[in-house]
Design a protein around this ligand. Structure first.
Ligand code: ADP
Length: 499
């Protein structure tokens, strides 16, 4: 049978061997481990090497009194906390006071009752254990407090760092709730570019502040798209100026609220220079191109002599490509003029049915060549619009629908008015190759094509839809597309009727 673990390790220091033996035997019998020594100095050494749980110390010893032994033990870090109980035949109060002054925890007078000794030992061991427990809990608590302070400190530093970045970022930043579009935080750059004060912005919504020409469409985009990079956006400032910005946004969760983080880049100046450059280059290109076209036309008219069949073929390649270049330049100039407001829409009262018919007639030959059935249901309703520009938009949509459809399919153009006749919606629907969902938004941007080869193979410029969007927006309307790949696309134009 294994020996039971002793209750505690007790050191007895007493110069009288009989006392020592008696105490040791009694304590061992009651389950304690006992070390006994007759000299104070030996007791001190023993306690330093292996500190006991408790010391029973005789007061009267020849070389070193119990009080002196106690003082030594209390002066040493290794033994300071060991509880010491004095044992003495003296019963004077002054002796007891001396014992407590020396650092003892208790005092037993001889002859003693063993029950009393055991009870006192047990009490002081329990006290000591509780004290130890308290001390280690205290240390643990201190450690936890230090750790919390450190984490709190780090959090504060990180917060300060990010607050500084947010406040001093040269890029305008805003945080908007989704789906409401309510602005909950903006940085000084945002206030500076928009011209609003913080009080005007915080708590208000994108649509209420009218931050863009079409804030409602932008909000819809925020609600339906999780992330978007480098979206060109025209910001309407408080004073009514238009700033070109490049906007990126991403969804974030803030205290359980879904938000969009918007980071902008002011490209107004860059855009102005770019537009200037484009229109300058386009004008410069147009002049030599026009004379090249003239020369090619002259050649093909036969006035300079007839060409061989091969010569005719080479000439027609030249003419085709020159025409393509002229188309591109015209589109660029057209787009820039509409965008910059140099061309105003020439609005007058016109019947939508006439415009739909005119656009269909213009595209009929192309549809026939591609063996595509063009089906239009003209709707008679009065519009206050620029008829040429609306026809230009409709022919562009029809031409795209034909271009991106296979033979023997149908392209349909229809129109319907809204419930309260406040707007009319025209749709151009094809059964063509469709548009990948991630490009549904971008194709309305300049030079954006689904496939890089579209320009070459289909003869497009990537500017048609950008022009259409500008024309429609200038009429206070909107344009969008719904599409399924390999099944077809439907482009929609919504025009208000009350303007
Ligand atoms: P493009 O001159 O290239 O036709 P657009 O701006 O009119 O320029 O169109 C941009 C791109 O959008 C096209 O190149 C094509 O990739 C895509 N697209 C436009 N309309 C359709 C359609 N009906 N079906 C499939 N893709 C289309």
């Amino acid at each position: 049978m294994p020996e039971p673990t002793p209750k505690a390790d007790i050191l007895v220091i007493d110069d009288t061997p009989e006392n020592l033996n008696l105490l040791s035997t009694l304590l061992i019998e009651h389950g304690y481990k006992v070390r006994s020594v007759t000299k104070g100095s030996t007791g001190i050494r023993g306690a330093q090497v292996m500190p006991p749980d408790l010391i029973l110390l005789d007061v009267n010893m020849p070389q070193m009194s119990g009080y002196e032994v106690c003082q030594h033990l209390k002066a040493d870090d290794r033994t300071r906390d060991i509880p010491i109980i004095f044992i003495s035949a003296l019963e004077a109060v002054s002796d007891k006071v001396k014992a407590f002054q020396a650092g003892g925890v208790d005092y037993i007078t001889k002859p003693f009752q063993i029950e009393e000794v055991l009870a006192r030992i047990e009490t002081h061991l329990t006290l000591r254990r509780l004290q130890n427990q308290l001390q280690s809990q205290n240390e643990q608590l201190q450690q936890e407090i230090r750790e919390r302070l450190r984490v709190e400190d780090e959090r504060k530093h990180a917060e300060e760092k990010f607050a500084t970045i947010f406040q001093q970022s040269p890029n305008p930043i805003a945080i908007v709730t989704v789906p409401e579009g309510q602005l909950i935080e903006v940085n000084p750059s945002f206030l500076s570019i928009s011209g609003y004060t913080r009080d005007q912005v915080i708590g208000s919504s994108i649509t209420k502040l009218h931050l863009g020409h079409d804030s409602a469409t932008f909000l819809r985009r925020l609600q339906t798209t999780e992330t978007f990079h480098n979206l060109e956006f025209e910001l309407l400032t408080h004073s009514g100026n238009v700033k070109s910005i490049l906007l990126s946004f991403d969804r974030i969760e803030l205290n359980g609220t879904t938000c969009a983080l918007l980071i902008a880049n002011d490209i107004t100046e860059r855009k102005r220079l770019e537009n200037e450059f484009i229109s300058l280059v386009s004008h410069e290109l147009r002049t030599p191109l026009t004379s090249m076209m003239g020369a090619l036309d002259l050649l093909s008219s036969g006035q300079l002599g007839s060409l061989t069949e091969q010569g005719q073929q080479v000439l027609s390649i030249g003419i085709k490509n020159a025409e393509r270049l002229i188309r591109l330049i015209n589109d660029i100039l057209d787009l820039e003029r509409i965008r910059s407001g140099k061309i105003t829409m020439n609005r007058r009262s016109c019947n939508l049915a006439d415009l739909m018919t005119q656009a269909t007639e213009e595209m009929q030959a192309m549809a026939d060549r591609s063996e595509i059935q063009l089906s239009t249901e003209p709707m008679s309703i009065l519009l206050n619009a620029d008829p040429d520009r609306i026809v230009q938009t409709l022919t562009n949509l029809l031409s795209n629908a034909i271009k991106f459809s296979s033979a023997q399919t149908t392209v349909q153009m229809r129109a319907c008015s809204s419930d309260h006749a406040s707007s009319v919606c025209i749709s151009v629907c094809d059964q063509g190759r469709g548009i990948p969902s991630h490009q549904i938004q971008t194709i309305f941007e300049r030079f954006q094509q689904v496939d890089a080869s579209d320009a070459r193979q289909k003869g497009g410029t990537g500017l048609g839809l950008a022009i259409c969007r500008n024309i429609i927006e200038q009429h206070g309307g909107r344009i969008w597309v719904e599409s399924t790949e390999n099944q077809g696309s439907t482009f929609y134009i919504e025009l208000p009727l009350n303007i």
